[in-house]
Design a protein around this ligand. Structure first.
Ligand code: NAD
Length: 266
């Protein structure tokens, strides 16, 4: 029997086969979870459908634009219709900032409007989903989001996504503190860089990938399958004592003080 047998999970954020959410869906399905999927807009529906068919969730594919409260409410209603007894897991794998803010210097690129959009879509939406689905989450449930090291270190050209991820990580702690009384856990995975559509929007992304590959203790980048396996563990009963955590799945990169050859033993 898999780690997630009998669990029902909503997976958000699939945009392609390379999406981190795709790796999480495949890993959770392999661990026995029953899945539902949400997708941002019609353009992405067929991509989600392909993943859903591979992971037994083809009957539960629901549109949701997290910028829109009515769309989030409609998602909650559709899930209640599919699963009247409730659900156990919500995977929030959503991030966005206007592309022009992910190039050049931070102060040079940041704008009031872009800052608000990045925080709305990348951080507030996690709380918004939890607010909307709270009444449907069963005891023993788990919420999970995806962060990045740029939340706590200044990473060139990650720019406004840094403050947005810092806010997302604070959301993990505030939500964990509040939902613990309902036996619902809230955690994040801070993933190393992975080539996805969202990542392609960051001007300095190639540098992030090669720095991690050269310097990380494991000497390589991580895969979406590795993030998926860690996500399955964090949302399973094996992690029943873990909440409010940021778990690094980054081949160990975040532990380094000096980045480069000098960090490796001769
Ligand atoms: P991706 O492009 O495959 O996924 C991003 C998803 O966000 C897409 O499915 C997109 O539809 C969704 N999204 C954006 N705006 C939305 C909206 N208004 N409503 C609903 N959905 C919306 O890229 P990914 O790298 O898999 O990103 C998933 C998460 O992982 C993001 O939070 C990202 O910041 C985080 N992350 C990515 C990396 C990386 O290197 N790829 C590293 C650490 C963390």
């Amino acid at each position: 029997m898999g780690l997630l047998a009998g669990k029902r999970a909503l997976i958000t954020g699939i945009a392609s086969d390379r999406s981190i959410a795709t790796g999480i869906a495949e890993a959770m399905a392999a661990q026995g979870a029953e899945l539902a999927f949400s997708y941002q807009g019609d353009k992405l529906k067929s991509r989600v459908q392909a993943v859903a068919e591979r992971s037994n969730g083809a009957d539960r594919i629901i549109p949701c634009d997290v910028a829109d409260d009515a769309s989030i409410a409609a998602l909650a209603q559709s899930l209640a219709d599919c699963w009247p007894e409730g659900l156990d897991i919500v995977v929030h794998s959503i991030g966005y900032a206007p592309r022009e803010l992910l190039a050049g210097g931070y102060l040079e690129s940041v704008t009031r409007e872009g800052y608000a959009i990045a925080h709305d879509i990348s951080a507030y939406s996690f709380a918004a989903l939890a607010k909307a689905l709270r009444g449907q989450l069963r005891a023993g449930g788990a919420l999970l989001t995806l962060s990045y090291l740029g939340a706590e270190r200044a990473v060139p050209m990650y720019n406004v996504m840094g403050p947005a991820k810092a806010s997302l990580e604070a959301n993990v702690r505030y939500m964990a503190a509040e939902l613990g009384a309902e036996d619902i856990r809230v955690n994040a995975i801070s993933a190393g860089p992975i080539k996805t559509l969202a990542a392609a929007g960051i001007k300095g992304f190639r540098g992030m990938l090669s720095s991690a590959e050269q310097a990380s203790p494991l000497g390589r980048n991580v895969s979406t399958a590795e993030v998926g396996n860690a996500a399955s563990f964090l949302c399973s009963p094996l992690a029943s004592g873990i909440t409010g955590q940021i778990l690094y799945v980054d081949a160990g990169y975040h532990i380094l003080g000096l980045i480069g050859e000098t960090t490796k033993a001769d």
